[in-house]
Design a protein around this ligand. Structure first.
Ligand code: ADP
Ligand code: MG
Length: 330
């Protein structure tokens, strides 16, 4: 047995990592059902948090220079790193509950962290989500978020459930984030609302949770409509025809001098975080009603078919060929 002559110093060390975690913890939020949040070796979530539902869990990583431009405002990154995960939960029809945040930072920058957490917290509060843990390390800027949600048993929206004859719908407008990115890369000024479409996507959580009973299959549009709809169709072993003149375009895209450019941005532009879903024709009215109640645009763009492949058709029903490819991760 070791005899201690002096009392142990039980105060936590104030090294830069710990003061950053303290700073993060002040913005963590709080909700029922979290028995233990930030501070121990792991978080504890009560069964009540899930209310007898299935747990839904997803992760998304954002790397500087790959997923966002160098010098992106920290507030934007705080919002977006959480938003992209909430969009994945929405695509499953799930309600967000909690998240963890793994931050790799070039230096322990208090100002950066404060602004990052400002963006995070504003979105987390909207969804009653608590930050329950994470990790903080030094290295090239990288943000990895894991989000946890719940969905009533067997009500999750899957990619694999589309059926021939379903209608294909999308929320919001497509291609705005890609337009905003190209303007930023060109160093052009732009409308703040257009910049928000890239920097502050609004995950369609409320829409998905309220309409899940009427939706057959769902995916969020993160890599561009063509790429993501193809994932849904492949998982469902179906094909589809899309009418490109039905694609929902914002005023910014409508105003482009080249209508083909607008169309191609809507088909292949990434980072929109809208939802693309299929539903039986008799369910469309119910889904529309939910969208209307939320003042959310909802457009029917095509039909699921048994023949594999995605057919893009112009206003005359002729094949349409986009000029730019989808975003690829590698
Ligand atoms: P350990 O060494 O046991 O992993 P850490 O010192 O990394 O512990 O973390 C201490 C506490 O702070 C843990 O509860 C952890 O979940 C939390 N934490 C660390 N970094 C973050 C972060 N970036 N965001 C949220 N919580 C964090
Ligand atoms: Mg750790």
């Amino acid at each position: 047995m070791l005899h201690r002559r002096e009392p142990l110093n039980t105060r936590p060390q104030r090294n830069p990592e710990f003061s950053l975690i303290d700073r993060i913890a002040r913005h963590a939020g709080q909700r029922d059902g979290v028995a233990l949040g930030i501070g121990d070796d792991a978080a504890l979530l009560d069964p009540e948090l899930f209310d007898g539902q299935q747990m839904v869990i997803c992760t998304d990583t954002m790397v500087e220079g790959i997923h966002f431009l160098n010098d992106t405002a920290p507030r934007t990154l705080g919002h977006k790193s959480l938003a992209v995960n909430l969009s994945d939960l929405a695509a499953m029809g799930a309600e967000p509950l909690a998240a963890t945040l793994s931050l790799t930072l070039p230096e322990a920058d208090a100002r950066w962290t404060e602004q990052f957490m400002g963006g995070w917290q504003a979105l987390a509060e909207q969804h009653n989500l608590q930050l329950v843990g994470g990790d903080t390390t030094r290295g090239p800027l990288c943000i990895a978020v894991t989000a946890i949600g719940r969905v009533p048993p067997s009500q999750a929206l899957l990619r694999q459930s589309a059926q021939a004859g379903d209608l294909i719908l999308v929320t919001g407008t497509l291609g705005d984030a890609a337009l905003a990115l190209s303007r930023r890369l060109d160093g052009r000024s732009m409308d703040t609302e257009l910049a928000r479409r890239l920097d502050q996507p609004e995950p369609r959580v409320a829409f998905a949770c309220r309409s899940r009973g009427s939706i057959r299959a769902c995916i969020d549009v993160s890599d561009g409509l063509v790429a993501d709809l193809n994932h849904l169709l492949a998982a469902s072993q179906c094909g589809a025809s899309i009418r490109v003149d039905e694609l929902p375009l914002s005023e910014w895209l409508e105003c482009l001098p080249d209508p083909q450019q607008a169309c191609d941005l809507a088909l292949t532009g990434g980072d929109d975080y809208e939802l693309c879903l299929s539903c039986a024709p008799e369910e469309v009215a119910a889904v529309r009603q939910v969208a209307e109640a939320l003042s959310l645009r909802l457009s029917c763009i095509g039909t699921v078919e048994s023949e594999p492949g995605l057919r893009l058709l112009d206003v005359d029903g002729q094949p349409y060929h986009p000029h730019r490819g989808a975003y690829e991760h590698f």
